[in-house]
Design a protein around this ligand. Structure first.
Ligand code: PLP
Length: 395
């Protein structure tokens, strides 16, 4: 095959304001860290970077679990790692499903030959702990899994009660923290979460490519008492443990420059402080919602169950979803997400994640949306920016 290299221009995507369900905008500091020289993965310098990254991850997960590492792969690799290490064929696994990512968990359980126990909940609402209790009664689940921040609907799932239900049933409590980690409190040890995983491109504001994961003592014990080998060689935690642990036993080549990026993103988070970071996410969310509601638009999720970093806005009657999203991108450089599954065409998913969660972005988005909805002839009220400003003025 002949190729003409003149056909291939420099990569130049231009500027974007990333306000969708992820990735979020990546700070210049993180991009700069990524461009540091690639060195050997067993180089003493890199080993110290690994140690520091693990320490920073423990801080972020709020855990003392020694086995806290970034898996090489995106958030879905974190999900797959969690299940593949804990589920042997025939094992009962309870999965709470109230959105796309709960469904994905159920799919993985089936592929592993687990016996799926479904706890179904309404999309756009949190799962009621009593519903979980009812479904698992008389069953013997090895794992009880749920999604903390359901990115497909914008729902925040309270964890405490369901953690207790899991442990009373003798199950490990497994939590998807892909969208929550770095944006809201996760308190892995305090709540008693046995396994949690995340992704780098949501509230951590690092490019996609790594899946932070933490295994607590009960999960390690379950891993060590398996009867059959883990069916995935690449995601086998017992081998990853020897690689990230004191032995540093070669398993695969860590994505060196991605780890640099994660370390820098985590350092930025630690500099801000967790409390301040959570408060920032909440404040910008409240201002965004105040503006949205001032326009007369509705939020999908009831106030007490809303996520601060993912805002599901109901698309007003008669407004063309694709047309508005396309104009947001081409006229304003703003990316937001559309609805998934049953919610396709019904909601917009507006992210305020990590670096993207800023007052500047709230005002930019509200003004752009107001302009485009007026151009569409939608009946909206004025005063969005005034109401958003009022929220900032309170503090
Ligand atoms: C984004 C997301 C995932 C999948 O992560 P990828 O990085 O896209 O593989 C899983 N769970 C939740 C809740 C997510 O938001």
């Amino acid at each position: 095959m002949n190729i003409n290299t003149n056909d291939f221009k420099d990569i130049n995507p231009g500027d974007r304001v990333l306000m969708g369900p992820g990735p979020s905008n990546v700070s210049a500091r993180v991009l700069q860290a990524m461009s540091a020289p690639c060195i050997g993965h067993l180089d003493p310098y890199f080993l110290s970077v690994m140690d520091e990254t693990q320490l920073l991850l423990k801080y972020l997960f709020q855990t003392e679990n020694p086995f806290t590492i970034p898996v090489s792969g995106t958030g879905s690799a974190g999900m797959e790692t969690s299940f593949v290490n804990l589920v042997e064929p025939g094992a009962e696994v309870a999965v709470c499903i109230n959105g796309v990512f709960g469904l994905r968990m159920a799919d993985i359980v089936r592929r592993l030959g687990g016996q799926l126990i479904r706890v179904d909940g309404e999309w756009g609402r949190a799962i009621d702990p009593e519903a979980v209790r009812k479904v698992v009664r008389g069953k013997n689940p090895k794992v009880l899994a749920l999604v903390h921040a359901e990115t497909s609907t914008g729902v925040c799932q309270p964890l405490e009660d369901i953690a207790n239900i899991a442990h009373e049933a003798g199950a490990l409590f497994l939590v998807d923290m892909v969208t929550s980690l770095g944006g809201i409190d996760v308190a892995v040890d305090r709540i008693g979460i046995d396994v949690a995983y995340s992704g780098t491109q949501k509230c951590i504001s690092c490019p996609p490519g790594l899946a932070p994961i933490t295994f607590g003592p009960a999960a390690i014990k379950a891993l060590e008492s398996r009867k059959s080998p883990v069916v995935s060689w690449y995601l086998d935690m017992s081998m990853l443990r020897s690689y990230w642990g004191a032995e540093r036993k070669y398993h695969h080549t860590a994505p060196i420059n991605m780890i640099y990026a994660l370390r820098e993103a985590l350092r930025i988070i630690a500099e801000e402080g967790l409390e301040a970071r959570f408060a920032r996410h909440k404040l910008n969310h409240r201002a965004l919602v105040a503006g949205i509601e001032a326009m007369g638009l509705a939020m999908l999720v009831p106030e007490s169950e809303r996520l601060p970093m993912l805002n599901a806005v109901c698309i007003p009657e008669g407004v063309n979803d694709m047309k508005v999203r396309k104009a947001l991108l081409t006229d304003f450089g703003i990316e937001i997400g559309g609805g998934l599954g049953n919610l396709q065409g019904k909601i917009w998913r507006v992210g305020l994640m990590g670096h993207s969660s800023s007052r500047k972005n709230v005002f930019l988005f509200l003004s752009a949306l107001e302009t485009l909805l007026n151009a569409e002839g939608a009946k909206i009220k004025t005063g969005a920016l005034k109401e958003a400003s009022a929220v900032y003025a309170e503090t």
